[in-house]
Design a protein around this ligand. Structure first.
Ligand code: NDP
Length: 310
């Protein structure tokens, strides 16, 4: 079985930054990229809040640059998915989707998070036929059409704003009577005439022949004013938050109630000695690229110290 000092799982800003630091420190390591090389930033457009780019930078370009920087320094970056890990004894054994096994003295989990769905059977029924969790990936298909975005946070506002430049009309379906999003994002939405916000509204189903043609909505759900109606739409976009990618850990590492990895205060160390966590998978609060990159650096330094002490 192949052996490495440190196996990095995940290829977002956290994973690539960890690879850059470990490679420069001369620590033998392997990075496994996962299903979506580059992570969530590859599904956004321009990024204006990553320092160092006065005019902003395209998300894919930023991730390509991080990957190239790691590879140029000599990082061992591989395609593949981690299927499972055995953390009961060290060295750890990591099994990939092609059944390859790698033995690692330490692990950095930087697997990020994926979009949440409402849990309606219609979301599965119409997957790829009008239901999406990525406006920048699929918005193109809805030019001059009518779409709805579910959620009232920054992501929902960003997605609605993006879609409003393509679609004829964008509804935001918000379950509360206010937007949770930041003032800046609320302002952006308010400036777009073709965005209409449906407050106090829940989605209970979707309908359509061979694709989404509308959503079954309920206003003031569970109250005396409850009102059910159908909204004709061509596309239904989810923007209700994210779920950390921790299933492959199989309860071997302490997680919080949201499934995020718990790290020791002031450290990237997890409940298992030798396992470190970086990026969104351990960050329910900030969830920013620069914060993920910073924690990737910290995880690499923590792993390096752990290895040196062995
Ligand atoms: P949030 O958790 O901030 O917002 C989720 C939204 O979805 C809320 O409005 C929530 O409603 C709603 N929601 C959750 N579950 C359901 C459900 N079952 N049915 C209907 N609505 C639901 O997630 P975001 O992804 O928007 O943001 C995550 C973090 O990333 C935040 O810290 C955010 O600031 C940051 N971010 C920053 C950006 C930027 O600055 N450019 C861009 C994108 C994200 P409710 O309010 O009722 O709970």
């Amino acid at each position: 079985m192949e052996q490495t000092k440190c196996l990095i799982i995940g290829s977002g800003p956290a994973g690539y930054t960890a690879a850059i630091y470990l490679t420069r420190a001369g620590v033998n390591s392997i990075l496994i990229e996962g299903l979506q090389p580059g992570g969530q930033l590859t599904t956004t457009t321009v990024i204006e809040n990553f320092p160092g780019f006065p005019d902003g930078i395209d998300g894919n370009e930023l991730m390509d640059n991080m990957r190239a920087q790691a590879v140029n320094l000599g990082a061992d970056v591989r395609t593949g998915m981690v299927q499972s890990v055995n953390l009961t004894e060290r060295p750890f054994v990591v099994t990939l989707d092609d059944s390859t096994q790698i033995v690692a003295d330490s692990l950095i989990v930087a697997t990020g998070a994926t979009a949440k769905y409402l849990g309606l059977s219609d979301e599965t029924k119409y997957a790829g036929m009008g239901v999406s969790a990525c406006a920048t990936c699929d918005g193109f298909f809805y030019r001059k059409k009518v779409v709805a975005v579910v959620g009232g946070g920054d992501t929902a506002c960003e997605e609605a704003h993006y879609l409003s430049k393509l679609a004829a009309k964008v509804y935001m379906i918000v379950r509360k009577d206010y937007l949770r999003a930041s003032e800046a994002m609320r302002q952006r939405v308010a400036e777009r005439e073709n965005i209409e916000i449906l407050f106090n509204t829940n989605t209970v189903g979707l309908y359509g022949e061979g694709g989404v043609e509308g959503a079954h909505l309920v206003r003031h759900l569970g109250t005396p004013q409850e009102e059910r109606y159908d909204l004709p739409i061509d596309g239904f976009f989810l923007a209700i938050g994210h779920k950390p990618a921790t299933d492959f850990l199989g309860q071997q590492v302490e997680l919080d109630e949201g499934g995020y990895i718990v790290t020791r205060p002031g450290s990237t160390a997890t409940s298992v000695e030798g396992v470190f966590a970086a990026g969104d998978v351990a960050d329910p609060h900030y969830r920013q690229a620069i914060a993920a990159a910073g924690s990737g650096c910290r995880a690499a330094l923590d792993a390096e110290r752990f290895l040196a002490a062995q």
